[in-house]
Design a protein around this ligand. Structure first.
Ligand SMILES: CC(C)(COP(=O)(O)OP(=O)(O)OC[C@H]1O[C@@H](n2cnc3c(N)ncnc32)[C@H](O)[C@@H]1OP(=O)(O)O)[C@@H](O)C(=O)NCCC(=O)NCCSC(=O)C[C@@](O)(CC(=O)O)C(=O)O
Length: 261
């Protein structure tokens, strides 16, 4: 027989405490949270264990708002829309979109936060850029498929600058990101702009989130846009929508038509 202690320890958690008729989240009765904290503050509470300061809450909210959507040309959104037309249900459509967020698209903030940390810890940004170039590698959080300057970058960095000037965040991740951006642009005709993964990575780093949660928070934010697009496609009623309009066909570059003897 398994001891009662072993059972309570199995899923023992510091996140929430549930008893019949009682729900406490990080110690707060849920009735006190409802109607009094914002969703961003609730996210902070759940992940960090305490409520954020007003400035921390606003910065987190700004990052979450900024990354919500990037239209059907963003792979995460397109995949979710396609899935929605295949009758898999909203939960699978959302999972399909979220599943595309990784090192190259939407999830690069995690690696970006690691690079920012290297600069904050004293490494020179130009040396890091040279190291990546030597390996023909992409610096996470920089570069964009079609924005010469990501319109989400400036307002986010402005908020961080204001918070840093007020002493509310250290400002060192912001400085690191700008140094990396300058080093990347150095000697190039076309700069490599900071993208949304990079700008939100700066915020999450300034707020003290671990790098893995940087990706987790992007996923959380993008889930909103993914859900909206999957729902719009569901309401539209299209069935089996492929990646390109029907009259268009993918090219073929394999062996020309041939026949069995
Ligand atoms: C994002 C992209 C694949 C773009 O590629 P592209 O194909 O446009 O760029 P390329 O043509 O390969 O590069 C042109 C020239 O710049 C050089 N170059 C470019 N990036 C460079 C870099 N990071 N480090 C050094 N050098 C670089 C390259 O070496 C070349 O140099 P050269 O040959 O000399 O001319 C690329 O940057 C990249 O992997 N970034 C790192 C990963 C990253 O941060 N991912 C997040 C992207 S945001 C996102 O996912 C959210 C989204 O915004 C998505 C959306 O919808 O788009 C949304 O909201 O959903």
């Amino acid at each position: 027989m398994i001891a009662e202690r072993a059972i309570t320890d199995w899923w023992s958690t510091a996140v929430s405490e549930i008893h019949p008729g009682e729900i406490r989240l990080r110690g707060y009765p849920v009735e006190e949270l409802i109607g009094r904290v914002t969703f961003a503050e609730q996210i902070w509470l759940m992940l960090r264990g305490d409520l954020p300061t007003p400035v921390q809450g606003r910065l987190l909210e700004a990052a979450l708002v900024a990354a919500v959507d990037h239209g059907p040309q963003a792979p995460s959104i397109a995949a979710a829309r396609m899935a929605a037309t295949c009758g898999v249900g909203l939960n699978s459509a959302v999972a399909t979109g979220v599943g595309l967020l990784g090192d190259v698209h939407g999830g690069a903030g995690q690696q970006c936060m690691e690079v920012l940390r290297r600069v904050v810890d004293g490494e020179e940004a130009p040396a890091i850029v040279a190291e990546y170039r030597a390996h023909r590698a992409y610096i996470p959080g920089f570069g964009h498929r079609f924005h010469p300057r990501d319109p989400r970058r400036d307002p986010l960095l402005h908020l961080v600058r204001t918070a840093a000037d007020a002493g509310e965040v250290p400002g060192d991740a912001l400085r690191a990101g700008l140094e990396l951006e300058a080093a990347l642009a150095d000697g190039r005709d076309r700069p490599v702009p900071m993208n949304i993964d990079g700008a939100t990575a700066i915020i999450y780093a300034e707020l003290g989130f671990p790098a893995q949660l940087g990706r987790g928070l992007f996923v959380l934010s993008r889930s909103v846009g993914i859900l909206a697009h999957a729902w719009e496609e569901t309401e539209g009623g299209a069935r089996i929508k492929g990646p390109i309009p029907r009259p268009l066909l993918a090219g073929y570059h394999g062996t020309p038509e041939r026949h069995l003897e």
